[in-house]
Ligand binder design. Structure first.
Ligand code: FES
Length: 145
């Protein structure tokens, strides 16, 4: 039976990269999807404005695990500015696509990255990102599904 998932999604789900915590992280993000209840924690290490390491812990569905795995791979070695441009669509594309009903899971990965960067900026500059409101996020999710 076909799962509707690409082989890359299945591979990242079965063998996720960068799982775990960074105890002395420079930024920690935590996001949850109120609809499904899934939770994603993201940890980043930053040196001279570059993300040198990223790890995650996701308590969620297979697509959430695969997208957080791919997102950590994609932001490692990037500057903060570059990492902020990472979209959920780009993560899904890098995974060979996601079933439509699972696109909202990739939104969680994008938000986890932003949340970790927000925490990093707050710690270093005292000012975080302008986060999207819950309402905007909700609209975004609705548009994706
Ligand atoms: Fe909750 Fe995928 S079903 S993030």
């Amino acid at each position: 039976m076909s799962t509707g998932y690409s082989s890359k999604v299945m591979e990242h789900f079965a063998n996720p990269r960068n799982v775990g915590e960074i105890p002395d992280a420079d930024g920690v993000g935590k996001v949850g999807n109120p609809v499904c209840g899934d939770i994603m924690n993201m940890y980043i290490k930053v040196k001279d404005g570059v993300i040198t390491d990223a790890k995650f812990k996701t308590f969620g569905c297979g697509a959430a695990i695969a997208t957080s795995s791919m997102a950590t791979e994609m932001i490692k070695g990037k500057t903060i500015e570059e990492a902020l441009k990472l979209t959920n669509e780009a993560v899904a594309e890098a995974l060979g696509g996601l079933p439509k009903v699972k696109m909202h899971c990739s939104v969680l990965a994008e938000q986890a990255v932003r949340s970790a960067i927000d925490d990093y900026l707050r710690r270093t500059t005292g000012k975080g990102l302008e986060m999207k409101s819950d309402e905007e996020l909700h609209e975004h999710e609705m548009a994706e599904t």
